[in-house]
Design a protein. Structure first.
Length: 372
C-alpha cells in the first residue's frame, strides 16, 4: 500500500508532505499495491490510550472476552489502535480474574491490547475519587507480583499513593519491573519528590485526585515538573481541566512529557443515563459523569480522538503537540515504542488519516484499511 501526497507526521513531531509506504503490515521504505490519495489529509500514527476504563456499555473490569472485544472495536473505529485499559479498586481475587481474562485475550479484533494500567487498590482513602473505598489496600509488592503473574506480564503501569504505609518500599522493589505512577494521593512536594527519587516515573491524571498546585505547596504537580524523567497524564475532555490550565501545563512540562488520556468509562459512546464504574453508580449528563451518591467526577465519556480534537480546537494546543502526546509519548511510557507510536519503517502499520477538521477519513490497522 502507498499513502500518497499526505501530510505525514514524522518522528520529529512535524508534518511533512510526502508518501507513506506499507508492506506486510509494517511501515516500509518502499512498497507497491493499493494507492490511497491522501492529498490535503493529515497522516498520523494510530493513537494509544493508556488510561481508560470502558466504552459503549462495557468495562475492562467486567472481566469478559465480550467486553474486551467490544471495547477494542469501538476504540479502533475512533482511531485508537492500541489500548492499555485501566482496572479499578477491587479485591485481589476480583483483580486476578480481570487480569487473567486480559492475559487470555486473543487480540483478533479491534485495537490491540498492549497492557494493563493497574489504577487501584494502592491508593489514598483521602483522594479516592471514584474508586471504591471498600477495597483500598496498602501497597503490597507480593500482591502486585501475584497479579502480574495472572496478567502474564501485561501490567505496564501501577498506581501508588506515596504517602501510604509501605509505598516507598514498594517503589524501590518494583520500579525496575513496571512503571510506577503517583495517583489518588494526598502527598506533599517532599513525599512526591522522594517517590520520584526512588524510581516512580509517572503521574496519573495530573491535577485530579491530588492536592492542587500552589505557590507555597506545589505538591505532586510541582515535584513532577522538577523531575525531567517523569511523564504526566492529562484528560483533555473539557471537563476535568480548564483550557488555561492545559495550556499552562504544556508550558511547564513541554510536549515531550505529557500523555493525553481519555479516562473514559462505560458510558462513552452512549446516551445520558445511569451507569456503573468500579461497582458504584454513575450518572451521566452531557459530557459529565459523576458518582450518583457523592457527586465526584467519575471518569470521562469522551474517547481519546475527541480529546485530541478538544485540545486542538478548544484549548489552542498545536496539532503536532496533541498528536505526539496521544501517540509517541504513551507508547514510550509503557515500553512499546519499538513497535508502535510513530510512522517509522519497521513498526506496525497502524495509521489514521484525518481531514482539516480532524475527522477520520481512513483507518489502517496492521497494514489493512478497516475504515474509509
Amino acid at each position: 500500500m502507498i499513502i500518497r501526497n499526505g501530510k505525514i507526521f514524522r518522528e520529529n513531531a512535524q508534518f511533512v508532505e510526502g508518501d507513506l509506504f506499507i508492506q506486510d503490515g509494517k511501515i516500509a521504505m518502499e512498497a507497491s499495491g493499493e494507492i490511497i490519495d491522501a492529498t490535503g489529509l493529515y497522516v498520523i500514527p494510530g493513537l494509544t490510550d493508556i488510561h481508560f476504563h470502558g466504552c459503549v456499555g462495557y468495562d475492562f473490569c467486567d472481566g469478559t472476552k465480550e467486553s474486551l472485544e467490544n471495547m477494542a472495536e469501538y476504540e479502533l473505529s475512533n482511531g485508537v489502535t492500541t489500548i492499555c485499559p485501566a482496572s479499578m479498586t477491587f479485591s485481589e481475587e476480583q483483580l486476578a480474574e480481570i487480569f487473567q481474562n486480559a492475559a487470555d485475550y486473543d487480540n483478533r479484533t479491534g485495537a490491540t491490547l498492549v497492557g494493563i494500567n493497574m489504577e487501584g487498590p494502592f491508593i489514598s482513602m483521602e483522594k479516592k475519587g471514584a474508586q471504591n473505598p471498600k477495597y483500598i489496600h496498602k501497597p503490597d509488592a507480593e500482591m502486585f507480583e501475584r497479579l502480574q503473574e495472572k496478567a502474564g506480564g501485561l501490567v505496564k503501569l501501577v498506581d501508588i499513593a506515596p504517602e501510604t504505609e509501605g509505598a516507598m518500599e514498594f517503589i524501590e522493589k518494583e520500579a525496575g519491573n513496571v512503571c510506577v505512577s503517583l495517583a489518588h494521593t494526598a502527598a506533599d512536594f517532599d513525599t512526591a519528590q522522594k517517590a520520584f527519587e526512588k524510581g516512580a516515573c509517572h503521574v496519573t491524571h495530573l491535577y485530579n485526585a491530588m492536592p492542587p498546585y500552589s505557590h507555597r505547596a506545589p505538591g505532586v504537580v510541582g515535584a513532577a515538573c522538577d523531575n525531567e524523567k517523569v511523564m504526566v497524564e492529562l484528560i483533555c475532555d473539557g471537563v476535568h481541566i480548564h483550557p488555561a490550565a492545559v495550556r499552562t501545563t504544556f508550558k511547564m512540562f513541554g510536549d515531550d512529557r505529557i500523555i493525553l488520556i481519555s479516562d473514559s468509562m462505560r458510558a462513552c459512546g452512549l446516551d445520558d443515563g445511569q451507569y456503573t464504574l468500579g461497582g458504584q453508580d454513575v450518572t451521566v449528563r452531557g459530557n459529565v459523569a459523576t458518582l450518583t451518591k457523592e457527586g465526584n467526577i467519575a471518569g470521562s465519556v469522551t474517547n481519546l480522538m475527541n480529546c485530541v480534537r478538544t485540545a486542538v480546537k478548544k484549548m489552542q494546543i498545536p496539532l503536532e503537540s496533541a498528536v505526539k502526546c496521544a501517540t509517541a509519548n504513551p507508547a514510550k511510557s509503557i515500553g512499546i515504542y519499538e513497535q508502535y507510536g510513530s510512522l517509522t519503517p519497521g513498526k506496525v502499520a497502524d495509521v489514521v488519516l484525518l481531514d482539516e477538521n480532524l475527522e477520520i477519513k481512513y483507518i489502517v490497522k496492521d497494514g489493512k484499511v478497516i475504515k474509509s
